[in-house]
Design a protein around this ligand. Sequence first.
Ligand SMILES: Cc1ncc(COP(=O)(O)O)c(C=O)c1O
Length: 402
Amino acid sequence: MTTMSSVAGDVRLTDFLQTELTQLTNEGLYRACRLIEGEQLPRVRLAGQLTIMLSSNNYLGLATHPKLKDAAKQAIDVYGCGAAASRLIAGNMELHEKLEERIARFKGAEAALVFNSGYTANVGVLSTLVGPGDVVFSDELNHASIIDGSRLSKAEIKIYPHKDMNSLEAMLSTSPTGGRKLIVTDGVFSMDGDIAPLPDIVTLARRFGAAIMVDDAHATGVLGKDGRGIASFFGLEDAIDIQMGTLSKALGCFGAYVVGSKQLKEFLVNKCRAFIYTTALPPSVIASALAAFDLLENESWRRETLHAHADFLREGLRNLGYDCSGSETQIIPVLIGDSARTVSLSQRLLAKGVFACGVRPPTVPEGKSRLRATVMATHSQEDLQQTLDAFAAAGRELKLIG
Ligand SMILES: Cc1ncc(COP(=O)(O)O)c(C=O)c1O
């Protein structure tokens, strides 16, 4: 039944939505999902056109690996499709426990806890571990999920300029001594592809009695021994209190994990709302994640090729005159600045058969719009060369490069 007030409410909502959408369009910030047909391969069909995929986090190509597919299919046969309940009620199946044991062993940690996504892991962990009276020290380029989790926690948030250890030191030294202090950083920065200065962060954390949380979303499977992540890359496994990582990127699956002490796990199981109040991941996803961890240890060529591809593409783009900022990894930003010009470059590239997604505010700071190019181990040399040729032609057409 429709009442007068609900009709009036609907009109107000419609007006609000249209005003907001028009404003986004006018500012060049309107977004829409693109349709990828078929599998997540190095070349995909996008709006009917075969295109080199340069925007995927499927860094090692595992999302389409036959072993991951087989593991998922078998798990469906044995365990069914859904986990049917949250972990604490009746959704804790043997595969969940097996995966947590596997991750803890892989990371050399006491315990691991699986979360339903990287977003919920960060929001859940941060909002559970700190609260009013505590301080979170957060790099200005940390992922949105870290920002949201910190806000939800109601702790004081001190944002230090990107990787600026002098500022972090100053903030730590002037921070009240009462509550808990937590330094949180992306391991590999998601939009910039550079690496956090973890050794310096560890030194400061020890000096000022702060805990450290690292988001390993883009280092998992990519950096460190067998892809164990940023702590392993720096040999600092024992110095990091909380390591969060995703199963959704280099591992080609879905979900996330948090590793640390047994106490940390017990605490999160008891207190973390993002863990408690959601249905457990389906067995098929867990099974393919288990298969992915096997491949990290057995197919090291994927990691090696990924790094070689990244070096080739980054150097090629820089030689063309593009600004790839401080990229050191498979994530290669191509800084343009202006949002409209960023979109134009992305469209020109697409017309030449290369899909490199434009990233605009609020995902990146104002005036720092860019293409976020990411390579995959399964790209061929021909894919990479064709990509560089497309960047050369599109950049010259738009007068972005000489
Ligand atoms: C640094 C970082 N943390 C967390 C996430 C969220 O992970 P997920 O996509 O699994 O929710 C992402 C990816 O979007 C990310 O880039």
